[in-house]
Write a protein that binds this ligand. Structure first.
Ligand SMILES: CCC/C=C/C=C/C(=O)SCCNC(=O)CCNC(=O)[C@H](O)C(C)(C)COP(=O)(O)OP(=O)(O)OC[C@H]1O[C@@H](n2cnc3c(N)ncnc32)[C@H](O)[C@@H]1OP(=O)(O)O
Length: 305
């Protein structure tokens, strides 16, 4: 890119930024994870799988950290425009790994003082919260595909996703009260915004009862139910491919605006998108996509972002 009309300091700055950007862009998501598997089934479509099937994909310490790292990395990866999230093995996830709770208890027991103990607990709660929130902060839409059981930490996870699908044998359980705790990594904050009924949310969270696929569909926790996992993944990948074919400027701006507007007034949301689009409508994507529509072009290609 040449920048003829810019003053020297501005073009020097731009040059530095471009070099940094090229370095960042070169960092593709090639990290190998212990608890996750990441594949690229289609151009711009990433598939992240919770991959501790022998432990029912329970969240151990490594999984908590790898999830956050993975979604932060995919957020930066220009090869990634959309992410499908599923679980390996016989169920989506059994929630937090009890061994992880034991590890934390051991750390706490090593301290006598209440303030030191509280600091340790706060530290791991916040880190686990950040791990789940990484799905929401990732500008690329996340499509959660749930089969069989989705328990405890699992519901916290999927409520931070953009779109949720499940198989007809799926069930969901906000299980935390059964282990003597108030859920603290997002479900109490996000589930009421996903599901229309505050009464139903309270019932699920106070009783820890199972909610099956048909009820999850009726209340809006999921938007589609599939016969089996194979069909679900096939259809989820089709939706992901459709999203990946759109302008990344448009899709990422849409996610950012939806997340922002969920937590702000209508006017604040309108101000936010006006500020956003006063820049993004200057992007080449806007012109190219609009011309594509006018000319009825089927395959408009957009640059990486
Ligand atoms: C700051 C903290 C933030 C996070 C908080 C998160 C909280 C939560 O996630 S609360 C929810 C915790 N999870 C549970 O209570 C689920 C417990 N498991 C089950 O209910 C059942 O195992 C399940 C319905 C998932 C499957 O039942 P099934 O009969 O098919 O299998 P099981 O024989 O029960 O289990 C098979 C082996 O897996 C082990 N296992 C199951 N869940 C966990 C787990 N969460 N952590 C560790 N290990 C788990 C189970 O002990 C069996 O092991 P083994 O006996 O060695 O075969």
């Amino acid at each position: 890119m040449t920048v003829p009309a810019l003053s020297k300091p501005v073009s020097v700055l731009l040059n530095i930024c471009q070099k940094k950007f090229i370095k960042l862009a070169a960092m593709s998501s090639k990290t190998a994870y212990e608890t996750l598997s990441v594949s690229v089934p289609h151009e711009f479509v990433y598939h992240v799988t919770l991959n501790r099937p022998d432990k029912l994909n329970a969240f151990n310490r490594t999984m908590w950290f790898e999830l956050g790292n993975c979604f932060n990395e995919l957020n930066e990866d220009e090869e990634c425009r959309v992410i499908v999230l599923s679980g390996a093995g016989r169920l989506f996830t059994a929630g937090i790994d009890f061994a992880n709770l034991m590890e934390v208890s051991t750390l706490i027991a090593a301290q006598d003082d209440v303030a030191r103990r509280a600091k340790i607990i706060n530290n791991f709660i916040v880190k686990y919260q950040d791990s789940i929130t990484s799905l929401e902060l990732c500008k690329k839409p996340v499509l959660a595909a749930v089969h069989s059981a989705c328990i405890g930490a699992g519901i916290n996870l999927i409520t931070a996703a953009d779109i949720r699908y499940c198989t007809k044998d799926a069930w969901f359980q906000v299980k935390e009260v059964d282990i003597g705790m108030a859920a603290d990594v997002g479900v109490l904050q996000r589930l009421p915004k996903v599901v229309g009924s505050d009464s139903l949310v309270r019932e699920l969270c106070y009783t820890a009862r199972k909610m099956h696929a048909d009820e999850a569909l009726n209340c809006g926790l999921v938007s589609r139910v599939f016969e089996n996992k194979e069909k679900m993944i096939e259809e989820t990948l089709k939706v992901a491919e459709s999203i990946a074919s759109k302008s990344p400027v448009a899709v990422q701006g849409t996610k950012t605006s939806l997340v922002y507007s969920r937590d702000h007034s209508v006017q604040d949301g309108l101000d936010h998108i006006a500020n956003w689009n006063q820049l993004m409508l200057l992007s080449e994507d806007f012109a190219e996509a609009t011309m594509g529509q006018i000319n009825k072009e089927k395959n408009v290609k957009f640059s990486k972002l």
